[in-house]
Design a protein around this ligand. Structure first.
Ligand code: ZN
Length: 177
């Protein structure tokens, strides 16, 4: 059995505190996103490289830390590419990304955790450099998801941060303050 497809709309996490992971993404200033994205990536690398049961699912329908880690690697890569698009194009529409389909196609469960950790670190470094390099007049540049949800560079980065932090909660149960 595969985990439930993630078709829920998570944009509410920009407007209120997430009751699970504790993050209020909409209140994180853009100036803090890079540091927090970097810190979250370091935690993911730690989880992927230092936990013995990294490939084990806690329940048959719940992803293992490895599967979450591969997903988070993809999130860093995807958001880096989309952020780039927002900076070079005027109001681009992003292509749809079916998360469960890519989990199966990419065979998340059988990947080498050390390689995933290295790829995650590389993707995160690229994203963090791009966010640190944002000029103030780029903060309100826009992008649209294929479901019609509109983002600015700021809300896009906040949305991204919730995703990687929330999945840390999925794996570790740790709550943000
Ligand atoms: Zn959350």
């Amino acid at each position: 059995m595969e985990p439930q497809p993630d078709t829920k709309d998570w944009t509410w996490t920009l407007r209120r505190r997430c009751p699970d992971c504790g993050l209020f993404a909409g209140e994180v200033p853009i100036e803090k996103i890079a540091d927090r994205a970097e810190a979250a990536a370091a935690e993911w690398v730690q989880i992927l490289t230092a936990s013995a049961g990294v490939g084990l699912r806690p329940k048959p329908d719940v992803w293992s830390p490895l599967e979450y880690g591969v997903h988070v690697r993809d999130v860093y890569q995807l958001f880096d590419a989309r952020l780039t698009l927002m900076l070079v194009e005027d109001h681009p529409t992003f292509e749809n990304w079916d998360q469960n389909e890519s989990a199966i196609a990419g065979e998340y469960a059988v990947q080498d955790p050390d390689r995933v950790a290295a790829e995650l670190a590389t993707a995160a470094e690229s994203f963090v450099i791009r966010v640190r390099g944002l000029a103030e007049d780029q903060h309100e540049r826009a992008g649209r998801r294929s479901d019609g949800a509109d983002f600015t560079v700021i809300t896009f980065c906040q949305y991204f941060l919730h995703d990687v932090v929330h999945h840390l909660w999925d794996v570790t149960g740790q709550v943000e303050d």
